[in-house]
Design a protein around this ligand. Structure first.
Ligand code: ADP
Ligand code: MN
Ligand code: MN
Ligand code: MN
Length: 347
């Protein structure tokens, strides 16, 4: 038997954005544990805004587990929060709101700033570095500094060691700003992994005295520095296999109809980011466009060329949004659109 360090990770009850929390349980297994072997566990919800002091026990239910290469016999246990009955989802449990759909695929592009001493990593002590232009996908100390790449490279390895479906990384438009992409099949897979990848990045940065700033517009809206998004690429089995122009137009009409419901879960302070500038559409408008990075939804060329089949990119979710809430809303809107034969197009 081997003693494994099980790091239970969950989302707390803070509003408008949940924080990641975690703690370690040590248990013996013959080999790397299967999800089904991991026990329910609990925590004090009164310290995480998930319960009152008098009856404060909340239950953690493991939903996915991954190897943690930073610890000997380490396991990252992504968990959801249940009420003390061990069955009912806690009010803060956004994962429980995601419709089941094995045919739904999501690809999240998570942008973020690395921060040190209250400003983006690499910014001078006062004022600003040279304007945006060379930082995006850049190379060289002058643009990239000396620590950022070491951090993001280590993060890539941590994600791959954990078997997360990381699809790539790139330096972003602002100095100190980066992106990673995670893709997953199934309505919750990519969202689970985005939360674990966020956790790994924040934990890694501790050792560098660097913080991850997830805010969508950390430098404010009045300066010419990009904000951070979490572009959400999505498709369902119907979109990939049947699709068609008529279905696409009805789908976009539904996205227009529910635009406020979408914005409500696309992250706080998004009005600072969705201004119509910096490759965004204004927060109060909905539009779509082929290869249009100023649209709410970008339609890839491949989608049109393939008879309106494939995936779409919702560019509105911001870097601080909860991928469970985003996936949940997108699938709910899709579910309102009947297929060509009048049946449901959702799973
Ligand atoms: P860009 O920066 O040009 O918007 P990225 O390469 O950063 O594009 O991200 C595109 C994302 O789209 C990737 O995360 C990829 O996994 C995802 N993706 C590709 N095909 C699909 C699909 N059929 N359904 C959902 N997401 C997809
Ligand atoms: Mn991208
Ligand atoms: Mn990007
Ligand atoms: Mn994108």
């Amino acid at each position: 038997m081997v003693k494994y360090k099980l790091e239970y990770i969950w989302l707390d009850g803070y509003e408008p954005t949940a924080n990641l929390r975690s703690k370690t349980l040590i248990r013996e297994f013959n080999s790397f544990p299967e999800l089904e072997e991991l026990p329910l566990w609990g925590f004090d919800g009164s310290s995480t805004r998930q319960a009152e002091g008098r009856s404060s026990d909340c239950v953690l239910r493991p939903v996915a587990c991954y190897p943690d290469s930073t610890r000997r016999n380490g396991v990252l246990v992504m968990s959801e929060v249940l009420m003390p009955d061990g069955k009912t989802p806690h009010l803060s449990n956004s994962r429980a709101t995601v419709p089941d759909d094995a045919g739904a695929w999501f690809g999240f592009e998570q942008e973020f700033f690395l921060y040190q001493d209250g400003k983006p990593l690499g910014f001078p002590e006062t004022g600003f570095p040279y304007p945006q232009g060379l930082y995006y996908t850049g190379v060289g100390f002058d643009s990239m500094g000396s620590i950022a790449r070491e951090i993001v490279e280590k993060h890539v390895d941590l994600c791959l060691d954990a078997h997360l479906n990381l699809e790539g990384i790139n330096a972003e438009v602002a100095k100190g700003q980066w992106e990673f992409q995670i893709f997953g099949k199934g309505s919750r897979t990519a969202a689970d992994q985005v939360w674990v990848a966020r956790y790994l990045l924040m934990r890694l940065c501790e050792g560098y005295k660097v913080d991850v700033n997830w805010h969508c517009k950390p430098l404010g809206k009045d300066v010419d520095w990009n904000g951070s998004g979490m572009h959400t690429n999505f498709s369902t089995t119907y979109m990939r296999e049947v699709g068609g122009k008529d279905y696409f137009e009805r789908l976009m009409a539904a996205f227009d109809k529910y635009k406020n419901e979408h914005i409500a879960v696309y992250g706080p302070d998004n009005h600072l980011r969705l201004t119509g500038l910096h490759e965004t559409q204004s927060i109060d408008k909905f539009n779509y466009g082929v290869a249009n990075r100023g649209a709410s939804i970008r339609v890839p060329h491949s989608f049109v060329n393939n008879d309106y089949k494939g995936y779409l990119e919702d560019r509105r979710p911001n870097s601080q949004s909860d991928p469970y809430k985003v996936a949940s809303r997108i699938l709910r809107t899709i579910a309102t659109v009947p297929a060509a034969d009048g049946r449901s197009s959702a799973a």
